[in-house]
Unconditional design. Structure first.
Length: 447
């Protein structure tokens, strides 16, 4: 649910903010003006030849240049707005993680639903940058409660490492479904219905989600029996930091694309609203495939190897994206990007739970607060710096730099190939896994 609401905003907010700042010349009208067929060249008119040999009036060229400068400037404002959610979520995670140790996972998860519901309604009726900024920040607190509680609950319910990986792959697949629906849904609804309608529909879905939580989870206080590891002990664990860093680097590229790609498409391709939303569709579909595939496959081939391969693929795809000249050219790099991010997320999320099992105590709220913080760090740094980077070095070089960072970080995952464990915890886990194998063998013999 969280991802669907977040991604539905991607094709809506950039153009909506542009139209707020330019009420007399909205972006959709500008696109129509700039894509009209130019008049035939005539020596008596003040025309200038374009690069393709077609003669374009000088006033139209000036309008294009002015619009290009305004769109580049708009990337900064959109990036700050998108980053506000992740920054607030970053600040909330250190409080939500320890809170789950004291009261359990169900109450924070339900609180997250309430906040997400309220923020979606504010987005539906907000008509200024400041109001949308508040809604986005409120969304960050709700996402923190939902994400940390959800992952912690799964890790607790599935103590076996393989089953936990499968469950988290399915959960991330649900996240991918939201990412899959969000951009095309938001773009199409904004194009043909308006800004308010998609958020009202999402708030109705959020309300249904809240009713399901009340019926199935029945929120209440549940105290942890074992003492949780301190947040300081987890943050200073180098193996947990490496796993969390992989999540950050995997997501920072797509986070930079969220505010900048729609504006870049409008600037270079004259893409319409629905096209800006559909551009994210290949990434969403392949993220759904990647998370479901590498939930179980990551455990089999080695999660460190799956994540390392994913970072390399992400770097290659980021370099290919600026080479696109039409919407169809974005299909392959965006698809590869989504698939590779799914490889990293579905491998490193269960790996965090495994590292806590063997190196600390099997209490998961704080470690998934760290995991969610790593995810949010990418979505805070990406949009916040994308506007400034596009302004200073351009869209193409921005993605090349992020690609190089992914290439450089990938070898660090070799540390997770065989992480050391505390002796007593390792013995306990080995004995538990041996007993599980024995029970499975006995059941097969009886059948």
């Amino acid at each position: 649910m969280t991802a669907r609401e977040k991604m539905a905003e991607v094709p809506i907010i950039p153009e909506f903010l542009y139209d707020i700042r330019h009420p007399d010349a909205p972006l959709s009208v500008s696109l129509e003006d700039l894509t009209t067929t130019p008049a035939p060249y005539c020596p008596c008119l003040n025309n200038t030849p374009s690069e393709e040999g077609v003669h374009v009036p000088m006033n139209l060229t000036a309008e294009r240049e002015e619009r290009h400068r305004e769109l580049i400037h708009e990337t900064v404002a959109v990036g700050v707005l998108f980053a506000s959610k992740a920054i607030v979520q970053l600040l909330a995670n250190p409080f939500v993680g320890p809170l789950t140790h004291r009261i359990g996972y169900s109450i924070p998860m339900f609180s997250g639903f309430v906040l997400m519901f309220l923020s979606t309604l504010i987005f539906a009726f907000g008509r200024s940058y400041s109001v949308l900024f508040v809604a986005r920040a409120l969304q960050g607190v709700g996402s923190s409660c939902s994400s940390v509680s959800g992952m912690g609950m799964l890790a607790e319910r599935y103590p076996d490492d393989k089953e936990r990986g499968n469950a988290m792959g399915i959960a991330l697949g649900g996240l991918a479904l939201g990412v899959l629906i969000g951009p095309p849904f938001g773009g199409l609804m904004y194009e043909f219905v308006g800004k308010t309608a998609p958020f009202l529909m999402l708030s109705a879905l959020a309300l249904g989600d809240g009713l399901l939580q009340l019926m199935i989870l029945q929120p209440g206080v549940v105290r942890q029996e074992s003492d949780p590891p301190s947040l300081k002990a987890l943050v200073t664990d180098p193996y947990i930091l490496v796993a969390a860093g992989a999540i950050t680097f995997a997501n920072v590229g797509i986070a930079m694309l969220e505010p900048s790609l729609p504006i870049w498409m409008a600037d270079t391709m004259q893409a319409r609203r629905w096209q800006q939303g559909v551009a994210f569709l290949p990434a969403s579909i392949c993220y759904l495939i990647g998370t479901n595939l590498f939930g179980p496959l990551g455990h089999k081939m080695g999660r460190w190897l799956a994540a390392c391969s994913g970072l390399i693929i992400i770097g290659i795809c980021l370099i290919l994206i600026p080479m696109a000249r039409k919407l169809e050219h974005l299909i392959i790099p965006n698809a590869g990007l989504g698939f590779a991010i799914g490889m990293v997320d579905s491998s490193m999320m269960p790996e965090l739970g495994f590292l806590v099992d063997i190196r600390h105590a099997a209490v998961y709220g704080s470690v998934y607060a760290i995991g969610d913080t790593a995810f949010c760090l990418g979505y805070a740094v990406g949009p916040a710096f994308s506007g400034a980077l596009v302004n200073s070095i351009g869209f193409e070089w921005m993605l090349v730099i992020i690609a190089l960072l992914n290439f450089c970080y990938a070898p660090c995952l070799l540390m997770l190939r065989a992480p050391p464990a505390r002796d007593e915890q390792q013995s306990l886990i080995i004995s538990e896994k041996s007993s599980v194998r024995y029970v499975s063998y006995q059941n097969e013999e009886e059948e």
